[in-house]
Design a protein around this ligand. Structure first.
Ligand code: AMP
Length: 185
């Protein structure tokens, strides 16, 4: 049987990390958290400077990093924050759909809720450098709509994978988690 690969996709603040951790606690997936892997790079590296501006790192800088992370996490895995471009989505399906049962979960919420959740993350002290600056948050949201949404739309109809569009706009995290769990059944 193929291992499962769950792709958690959605804009900033939708709760990808929160729900990834819940799924892992329940089912024991390996975890590839793209943003955290990239944040571990030295602050003077070109990639860190791109991230500090709230821009997306070029696909060519990511493929090796992601391939290594997948290799280092044998068995069922969750990818959080990858893919974020059509090129990344196509690369993933081309190279991994034969080895993994790929399940995309598009965590769908309106932008005003994303913004409210980012503000809450800052208020509760969990905010990151790239959350604190309103202009950078705006840039990341714009790149979500402009660059990542087409990747989500491409995956919605891609052959050989399964795609779920899940409304996670409920206030209650448990309600959203149940919706995600049901979509993955
Ligand atoms: P995240 O923690 O997932 O919000 O990612 C933080 C930052 O890392 C993003 O704003 C991007 O600069 C970079 N990044 C994370 N994932 C990707 C990706 N799949 N493609 C390009 N850049 C990414």
């Amino acid at each position: 049987m193929k291992s499962k690969m769950i792709l958690l996709m959605g804009g900033q603040g939708v709760g990808k990390g929160t729900h990834a951790r819940r799924l892992i606690a329940r089912d024991g997936y390996g975890y590839v958290e793209t943003g955290a892997i990239l944040r571990a790079l030295p602050p003077e590296s070109p990639v860190a400077q791109i991230m500090a501006r709230g821009e997306l790192v070029p696909d060519s800088d990511l493929f090796g990093v992601i391939a290594d992370a997948i290799k280092n996490n044998p068995g069922d895995i969750i990818l959080d924050g990858f893919p974020r471009t059509v090129g990344q989505a196509q690369w993933l399906v081309k190279n991994y759909a034969d080895k993994f049962d790929i399940r995309v979960v598009y965590m769908n919420v309106p932008e005003d809720i994303m913004l409210a959740r980012i503000e809450k993350r800052i208020r509760e002290g969990g905010g990151r450098a790239d959350d604190a600056d309103a202009a950078i948050v705006r840039r990341r949201l714009d790149s979500f709509w402009r660059i990542t949404m087409p990747a989500i739309e491409w995956l919605r109809t891609a052959q050989g994978i399964r795609f779920a569009d899940v409304d996670v706009s409920a206030e209650d995290v448990d309600v959203n988690f149940t919706r995600i769990s049901n979509a993955l059944d």
